[in-house]
Design a protein around this ligand. Sequence first.
Ligand SMILES: O=C(O)CCC(=O)C(=O)O
Length: 263
Amino acid sequence: MTFDWMTSGPRSVETIDAGLEELALHGACIITGVLSPDLLDIAHEATYRVARNERKYGWAQHYQYGADDHVNQRIWNLPSRDPVFCELAEHPVAIEIVKRTLGWPATLSSMSANIANDSGASMILHTDQGYLPGQLDRPWVYNLAWCIDDFTAENGATLIAPGSHLLDGPLPDGAAEQMISAIAPAGSLFVLDGRTHHTNGVNRSGAGRAGLFAVYTLPWLMPQENWSLSIDPAVRQFGSETLQTLFGFRPQVLGRVNGQERL
Ligand SMILES: O=C(O)CCC(=O)C(=O)O
């Protein structure tokens, strides 16, 4: 079966301009070489260290909405787990993409690691703005995913239905079988339009596959993570102005404190 809305999928590109073109056409883009080798090493070490510790101390969480339960490991609230995740949340390439798509100010809706483990399963097929009313003619959410390991078909690279961001409704029968793997080298930034249908692939590689999913949204939408309750006070204390804005701690019109925009 062929679908006239389905595209061949994004090419890997190296610039933001080219990435935004792919994103508009395919509902996804892959920009390679965004993380420097040093930053990639630091983020890789932090991701697997936190994952290991969360398992050791019984904090480990597994996504609750799919067949991947109890297999793939999720680490929620990444900005509170290690400063490197704050650096990624406000990475200049990510912020430029957010400014050129959602505008500014924008909110960080959530930032979590998904570590697809060997013999894992796919989570539920979904879009990242599926909780919003109806099909919207523009994305209100973008998922900016940092590939911490290479994303390959074998290790469970995210499966996407390219072109599905322009579909008016759910994924038609038969389309899920035609999804493609978003193959990307470690250090890439993989961006999804909030309307693009996707899930993680099944990891058959024998090693973990970590992606850090930073989801940004319009500033007047309730974020997925309630930063006021969950952010580590050190991030509140030491984080940059950009981070304070992303967490909703710099009110503009909405989100005031005693009617004031400043505490
Ligand atoms: O881990 C993946 O490849 C997909 C994760 C995902 O779909 C999500 O966090 O929304």
